[in-house]
Write a protein that binds this ligand. Structure first.
Ligand SMILES: *Cc1c(COP(=O)(O)O)cnc(C)c1O
Length: 390
């Protein structure tokens, strides 16, 4: 019987070396050696061979990280990259070409938006944006040249949620590749492949590492889709470093316990802020007031770690709030043991016009909190005292 995901996250490991080490080994080596010219020739002759040549192509530590996350996502295989953006860009470059069209949710990560609007057009790839809260508009956007449909759910930072199963049905009907950025949920909370997604990708920089140390990205899916992705990464070089893969494979061992605690704290904070006189619109997937609460309950095992709220005093109030925080970190990252607060309108999404920001729900006073693992009362106290000064 195959092990449960909680166990696989801990126990899946590269074959032990002669040293019989208990923890996973770190293979910091650029290349690998051969016993004979014939063996070397064979390694280069067939790029589907499971043999290590050079760490841009493959590395045992990176392979262990890929194998683990693929197992957790219910995928056959995957590729790992230096950052989340490299994973996203590699996916676009592998499956889209001149004259192709991509349908994407408009509420996507800021740099993903930049790739779609500034870079893909350089290669003749066009996009259409749909509103996450109006999934009924998706089907009409699919054209004969549409090759991919792209979503983040929950979205960053709007926390919009889309029914993965319903979107997958549309994609199957029109033979469009369905790609989900599962960064906010992680496979401990949501497995998009189970609901019909073709490829799932992550910024491993966030909850996968979970401790704010390394950058990384990963894409997982069926073998026939991973093969061309692998060749793209192997030849163009956005590969993950073995060191980062080693950190990340150890991080996965605590993913489930971290995500459970993140979500427990986040729900309490969301509930604790509801009704606070200084804020409006507290948003969290597992609050009954969330517009897509029913979908969240269907496809997520908990609400994740991100809570957003609107400071009534607007852009100025948002700045005053951040400046008044005593413990919570002011940084743009998320998915850390330490609680982080950010103000998207003035940071991650500042390159968007105000109109574009409004379209994806980024209002002037929107605060995004990545709830950490500190004692929940310490987090709440800091938020409450800073709100008083907003
Ligand atoms: C951070 C993030 C990315 C980009 O990942 P990097 O590792 O910073 O390159 C992509 N998508 C989402 C949802 C993110 O939060």
């Amino acid at each position: 019987m195959s092990q449960r995901p909680e166990t696989q996250a801990i126990r899946l490991q590269t074959t032990r070396t002669g040293e019989k080490e208990h923890a996973t080994p770190l293979f910091l080596t650029s290349s690998f050696i051969y016993d004979s010219a014939e063996e070397m020739a064979a390694a280069f002759a067939d790029d589907s061979l499971d043999v290590n040549i050079y760490s841009r192509f493959s590395n045992p530590t990176v392979d262990e990280f890929i194998a683990k996350i693929a197992a957790l996502e219910g995928a056959e295989d995957g590729i790992a990259t230096g950052t989340g953006m490299a994973a996203i860009f590699s996916t676009f470059m592998t499956f889209l070409g001149k004259g192709d069209h991509i349908v994407s949710a408009s509420a996507v990560f800021g740099s993903t938006h930049t790739i779609l609007t500034k870079y893909l057009p350089k290669w003749g790839i066009e996009h259409s944006y749909f509103d996450m809260t109006r999934p009924e508009t998706i089907e009409a956007m699919i054209k004969p040249n549409t090759k991919m449909l792209y979503v983040e759910t929950p979205s960053n930072p709007g926390l919009d949620i889309i029914d993965i199963e319903k979107v997958a049905e549309i994609c199957k009907k029109h033979k469009v590749l369905f790609v989900v950025d599962n960064c906010f949920a992680t496979p401990a909370v949501q497995q998009p492949i189970k609901y019909g997604a073709d490829l799932v990708l992550h910024s491993a920089t966030k909850f996968i590492d979970g401790q704010g140390r390394v950058l990384g990205g990963v894409v997982v899916g069926r073998k026939e889709l991973v093969k061309p992705l692998y060749l793209f990464v192997r030849n163009t070089g956005p590969s993950m470093s073995a060191f980062n893969a080693w950190v990340l494979t150890k991080s996965l061992e605590t993913l489930f316990v971290r995500m459970d605690k993140h979500a427990e704290n986040a729900l309490k904070i969301a509930q604790g802020l509801q009704g606070n006189a200084k804020v409006s619109q507290v948003k969290y997937p597992f609050l009954e007031t969330h517009p897509q609460y029913a979908i969240a309950k269907k496809q997520m095992s908990n609400g994740g770690a991100i809570v957003t709220f609107e400071i009534k005093a607007g852009i100025d109030g948002g700045r005053k709030f951040l400046n008044a925080l005593k413990m919570i970190s002011m940084t743009n990252n998320l998915g850390d043991t330490r609680t982080i607060a950010s103000h998207p309108a003035s940071t991650t999404h500042s390159k968007l016009t105000e109109e574009e920001r409004n379209a994806v729900g980024i209002t002037p006073g929107l605060i995004r909190v990545s709830v950490g693992l500190e004692h929940v009362e310490d987090i709440l106290e800091d938020i409450r005292q800073a709100l008083e000064k907003s």
